[in-house]
Design a protein around this ligand. Structure first.
Ligand code: DGL
Length: 271
């Protein structure tokens, strides 16, 4: 494809999707925007998230993108309909909590869903959940503070105070959901319904043990993007441009830590 793929999130969380996209489409060029200057999205009202998503998408469209990946569950829930109406010819791929795949994986039929308050309150999430209600019991947990803790700990070494805040938030939220395990009545499958949360997987594993299945959406979203691009998926030269409305050093550290890339981050104002 001669055009880059635009990807955005409220911050560093969308890097979990970008990572999967780069694996699926190694030649494609990407422009990633972290809207950290206006984060977190998950505890703001839908109108704020919609306005930010439209502003960030408009900036990406000006860069001649060939597709847009909304690498944020909260922004997908609040704004994907509007984005598709704004750009009817642009392939726009969203991210939603993997409820259906989780019903196929769960044996106890009790599934935990960690997501932002805004995602869980959205009409789009209700539409996703309703048809599956007879197939499993879903325990929904709004994880206030977790995405923010992940952002704050990007520079933090293991065991540091900031890193411990992720463990504390995961412990608090999973405790509120009930008992995890493989026995009847226990939650055996946990949906990570926010793109930040895969970066808390080590903490969740430590708390829940190895047998609970963690389900995220990086790989299926990347596959879906490749399918939507069709023949155009083959082009590009593997370039990555990183932009942020917040601190350049945060995105830079996150990319280094999680994508093992030393890339320059440019600061950006998107009003
Ligand atoms: N990464 C975003 C998501 O997938 C939300 C994080 C935030 O609250 O800003 O929902």
């Amino acid at each position: 494809m001669n055009f880059p793929i635009g990807v955005f999130d409220s911050g560093v969380g969308g890097l979990s999707i970008l990572q999967a996209l780069r694996t699926e489409l190694p030649q494609a060029d990407f422009i990633y925007i972290a809207d950290s200057g206006h984060a977190p999205y998950g505890e703001r009202d839908a109108a704020h998230v919609r306005a930010r998503s439209q502003a960030v998408a408009a900036h990406l469209v000006q860069q001649n993108i060939g597709a847009l990946v909304v690498a944020c569950n909260t922004a997908t829930a609040a704004a994907i309909n509007e984005l598709r109406a704004d750009y009817p010819l642009l392939p726009i791929i969203g991210v939603e909590p993997a409820l259906k795949p989780a019903t196929l994986l769960s044996r106890t039929r009790r599934i935990g869903v960690m997501a932002t308050r805004s995602t869980l309150a959205s009409a789009r999430f209700r539409l996703l959940l309703e048809p599956l209600a007879g197939q499993a019991e879903f325990v929904l947990q709004p994880c206030d503070g977790l995405a923010d803790a992940i952002e704050q700990a990007v520079h933090a070494p293991q065991g540091s105070e900031d890193a411990m805040k992720i463990i504390a938030a995961c412990a608090r939220h999973t405790r509120a959901m009930g008992t995890f395990g493989l026995n009847n009545g226990e939650i055996d499958t946990l949906v990570l319904g926010c793109t930040h949360y895969p970066f808390a997987s080590p903490a969740l594993r430590e708390i829940l043990g190895a047998q609970v299945q963690l389900v995220d959406t990086g790989a299926p979203v990347a596959r879906q993007t490749r399918l939507r691009l069709g023949a155009k998926a083959a082009g590009g030269s593997g370039q990555l441009r990183l932009l942020t409305t917040g601190q350049a050093s945060t995105l830079q550290a996150a990319v280094q830590r999680w994508l093992q890339l030393d890339s320059t981050v440019t600061m950006l104002r998107v009003e």
